[in-house]
Design a protein around this ligand. Structure first.
Ligand SMILES: Cc1ncc(COP(=O)(O)O)c(C=O)c1O
Length: 371
């Protein structure tokens, strides 16, 4: 089977350095918020072109804590995308925020022109959580224009976009960014983890306190925080094993994306591709099949030995949990709905061989749309 992610192959590659990371952590005698987390935070910030990083327990927590740092509280309207991991919206809901969903463009990215138009009409919206989805970078010029035009607090969800750039500039260089180290991510840990990135020392200090019971010094609790600390073991793995490989892994994903983009020619299957200006990290490779044939396409891939995924089969406001909370549609979100109805993710990971990538192309091109 050609897998969506192949962690056994990864383990074969990283075994020695991973065992070394465990050894270093064990011998340090320090398991929570020690030297490995501190060093990783510095190295991550440097690699993303930011001044500060704060390691936390998950990407969900990273978004929630960053919003809290910026003062988001119950009843605040938060502009965001309907097409993302549920965690993006969940972070808003956990603070009592009210998500306002704006449609995406044909690349599945939140439509920044629609956001701008809405913000002119809705001065009450002061929070914005855009997502750099699929590993593409949002249009940095449009994002900056929004930042400059409106008094907004922005948390960029970079869970899928670590290492992606827009015309040379890393994704997520606004006020605050949040990322995830969930194992399938381009920079994945061997467990859960996440980080908050910012250039501003006061935001960094507040985030660092909030992930650790609101402590600003030992036994001094200035804020109502939580326990959301990145473990030393995960930090050691991330900095000693994964981060040094990130560029090479992204390069490999780009090679596979090129194979798919140039090879897939089946008129029934539209490659979503990268928006102009995005130097994507190709976290995912989404294609869109006719909605009424999506299941048949996934079954066909499976029977041909190819695993596939869905990112995401429904827009967030359609999830059952949303029936219990307040939210708003800024528009009909028709583009996001149509992508969700037909989207299928093809395998793309750094351990996929060229032969396997070519096999995926061959199988996709041979699909005739039959049930
Ligand atoms: C776009 C996006 N945002 C947020 C998250 C949440 O990250 P985590 O699973 O680490 O909580 C994820 C990952 O699942 C994601 O893909």
């Amino acid at each position: 089977m050609i897998l969506m992610n192949d962690f056994r192959r990864q383990w074969d590659d990283i075994r020695d350095s991973a065992m070394e990371a465990f050894r270093v952590t064990g011998e340090s005698g320090w398991y929570i918020l020690g030297g490995e987390v501190r060093a990783f935070e510095q190295e991550l910030a440097a690699s993303e072109g930011r001044k500060h990083a704060v390691g936390v327990a998950s990407g969900l927590d990273a978004i929630e804590i960053a919003l809290k740092v910026l003062g988001c509280q119950s009843g605040d309207s938060v502009l965001t995308t309907p097409l993302s991991a549920f965690a993006t919206t969940l972070a808003i809901l956990k603070l009592g925020g009210v998500p306002v969903f704006v449609d995406t463009d044909a690349y599945g990215q939140i439509d920044l022109d629609r956001c701008r138009d809405l913000l002119w009409r809705r001065p009450d919206i002061r929070y914005f959580v855009p997502v750099h989805l699929y590993g593409h970078a949002l249009d940095g010029a449009r994002l900056k224009a929004i930042r400059d035009q409106f008094p907004l607090h922005i948390v960029e969800d970079c869970a899928q976009s670590i290492g992606a750039r827009w015309r040379g500039e890393p994704a997520g260089t606004g006020q605050m960014a949040a990322t995830s180290f969930y194992p399938t991510k381009n920079l994945g840990a061997m467990g859960d983890g996440g980080a908050i990135l910012t250039d501003r020392p006061e935001l960094h200090a507040r985030a660092a306190a909030l992930r650790d019971y609101g402590q600003t010094a030992k036994y001094r609790h200035e804020f109502i925080g939580s326990n959301s600390r990145l473990d030393e073991v995960q930090a050691a793995l991330l900095r000693r094993v994964m981060l040094p490989k990130l560029e090479g892994w992204i390069a490999r994903r780009r090679d596979i994306a090129r194979t798919y983009l140039t090879g897939i020619s089946n008129p029934l299957v539209r490659c979503i591709g990268a928006p102009e200006g995005s130097e994507s990290n190709w976290h995912l490779f989404p294609v869109v099949a006719p909605a009424d044939k999506k299941r048949a396409f996934m079954d066909y891939l499976k029977s041909s030995g190819i695993e596939s995924g869905e990112h995401y089969p429904a827009i967030i406001p359609q999830q059952p949990a949303m029936a219990h909370v307040a939210f708003e549609f800024a528009d009909d979100c028709s583009m996001a709905r149509s992508i969700a109805a037909g989207e299928v993710s093809l395998p793309i990971h750094p351990y996929l061989t060229s032969g396997e990538a070519e096999r995926v192309v061959e199988v996709v091109n041979a699909w005739n749309g039959a049930d």
